[in-house]
Design a protein around this ligand. Structure first.
Ligand SMILES: Cc1cc2nc3c(=O)[nH]c(=O)nc-3n(C[C@H](O)[C@H](O)[C@H](O)COP(=O)(O)OP(=O)(O)OC[C@H]3O[C@@H](n4cnc5c(N)ncnc54)[C@H](O)[C@@H]3O)c2cc1C
Length: 482
């Protein structure tokens, strides 16, 4: 039986990101992936929100994605937000995954392709993972990144409460002989635009269906009938490259961890794609979990650190679920909902509601509850330009290797970091620019900040603060004895 520190079931966006994070911490990790290649069936997710671009920037790989997509103001304008990435990135999942897989490959993570996790059983010391070829793997931890129908979730006995579907949509990519209407159209049941896919390509169609209980794979005939129902014509639809369905089923795992089994991405939360959140929060789940799991595996931190993963990410998932439920309700094709849509449009034209909603959708307002303290505590560290004795740099560059940083602004007198040396990197710098957060605005510059590998602030204040040593121990393990 092959042994690994961590086995990841599923090499979609979440599993790949998690593997990269673990590999940066030199953890022995393997991905088991059902698909034989990284090819994505259909286009699925259409892009990245600002915070996801930021977390990729924190690892020094954002440029790869930016070069492959189109920068745009998606859904709501965020061009006035204090971030280098004050936009969204239009990039199909089918393009996103191979780029991310390329990075994971450079980091040397093995991927068992064409292989499936069939079951798992955990004991006090580890997890046995059964594979489809009747072999098995032994791991200290198993992470289910195996999508909405997660076998790992079911095998671990983790509940998945939520709402059954109330609405179903057909989604397709196909050619059309006649020029179709492009743009939103709600009457007759069509909710979504018919759009041209990136770079010309086939048309992308999203149509609300009349019933929700049709679980068969839809055909070209079904697509034609749905177009006729919505538009009165099927525009001569032909040569479909992809036809599928999705629903507004909305569920969330009751716990993101059971012992040595963890869940991330769609395995932990499913919701309809309105608002474009799923891939984004999955990637950010992975970035929250990766460094914590690495520290537990390498003995720096106790296993209880993993409970902060559920405590921090479950509320973020729950908020996305609530938001997408509201979005689905808004798409209901009748006059009362049209009135509601008009009201929302009016609200979002006002500055404060726009900023709050945009900060939530972009992921820039995430605030982990780490207690009372400086406004930066539990929030993403802004990517300030810095002057150091080694020359100019910026905050995100300091995070490329996924290690924590104690960043001091001025001589770090009076605090001895040596008990955490080798784990936490001390950097002294002069910041260029103000400490500005989306929605909150400018906050007072602290004397120092302790930045976690995921880019969130674990502590901020002055170096004589008695909360600093407990914060270092809580997040990065007990002080080493002299
Ligand atoms: C039509 C549509 C549009 C969407 N639009 C957006 C959008 O605009 N923005 C956005 O952020 N999200 C969007 N999403 C959601 C997004 O596609 C998902 O949230 C994202 O793919 C989740 O990533 P994941 O890695 O968690 O799961 P998945 O992408 O589902 O990956 C799971 C992986 O696990 C593998 N697997 C499954 N079971 C096993 C097993 N037993 N053993 C081994 N491997 C296994 C699968 O082959 C797959 O590769 C959309 C989804 C759909 C359907």
């Amino acid at each position: 039986m092959n042994e690994h520190a961590v086995v990841i079931a599923g090499g979609g966006p979440t599993g790949l990101m998690l593997a990269g994070e673990l590999a940066l911490s030199e953890i022995d990790v393997v991905i088991v992936e059902r698909r034989a290649t990284q090819v994505v069936d259909g286009s699925r997710a259409g892009g990245l929100h600002s915070r996801t671009i930021e977390v990729l920037d924190q690892r020094g790989i954002a440029e790869r994605f930016l070069a492959a997509g189109h920068v745009a103001q998606v859904v709501i304008d965020i061009s006035d937000f204090p971030t280098r990435h004050n936009y969204g990135l239009a990039l199909w999942q089918s393009h996103f995954e191979p780029i991310l897989a390329g990075w994971v490959d450079e980091l040397g993570v093995p991927i068992l392709r064409g292989s499936e996790v069939r079951g798992c059983a955990q004991d006090d010391d580890g997890v046995d993972v059964e594979l489809s070829d009747d072999s098995s793997l032994r791991a200290q931890y198993l992470v289910g990144c195996d999508g909405g129908r997660s076998l790992v979730r079911r095998a671990a006995g983790i509940d998945f409460p939520g709402l059954d579907p109330s609405t179903s949509w057909m989604i397709a990519e196909a050619e059309m002989t006649d020029e179709p209407d492009v743009g939103p159209r709600r009457e007759g049941g069509g909710i979504g635009p018919v759009n041209r896919a990136e770079g010309g390509g086939p048309y992308r169609v999203v149509l609300r269906e009349q019933q929700v209980d049709d679980t068969d794979q839809p055909t070209l005939h079904d697509l034609s009938a749905a177009l006729v129902a919505a538009y009165g014509t099927d525009f001569g639809v032909h040569s479909a490259t992809w036809i599928s369905r999705f629903t507004d089923m909305t569920r969330q795992a009751a716990s993101y961890r059971r012992g040595r089994v963890l869940l991330a991405g769609d395995a932990a939360h499913v919701h309809p794609p309105q608002g474009g959140q799923g891939l984004n929060i999955g990637v950010q789940d992975a970035v929250n979990l990766g460094w914590k799991l690495a520290q537990v595996v390498n003995g720096t931190s106790p296993a209880s650190l993993l409970d902060t993963y559920h405590a921090e990410r479950h509320p973020v998932g729950a908020r996305a679920l609530r938001h997408t439920m509201a979005q689905v309700a808004l798409t209901t094709p009748d006059e009362r909902h049209q009135a509601l849509r008009d009201t929302m449009t009016e609200l979002l034209s006002m500055d404060e509601p726009r900023r709050r909603t945009a900060a939530m959708l972009s992921g820039l307002d995430i605030h982990y509850d780490l207690g009372d303290g400086h406004p930066l505590l539990g929030r993403r560290m802004p990517d300030l330009d810095l002057q150091t004795t080694d020359g100019p740099t910026r905050v995100f560059t300091l995070l490329h290797d996924a290690r924590p940083v104690l960043l001091t602004f001025g001589e770090p007198r009076g605090f001895d970091i040596s008990p955490w040396c080798g784990r936490v990197r001390p950097v002294d710098a002069r910041p260029d620019g103000r400490f500005e957060l989306p929605v909150l605005g400018e906050v007072a510059a602290p004397e120092a900040v302790l930045i976690r590998p995921d880019g969130y602030v674990a502590w901020a204040g002055d170096l004589s603060d008695p909360d600093l040593p407990p914060a270092l121990t809580r997040w990065f393990g007990a002080a080493a004895s002299p």
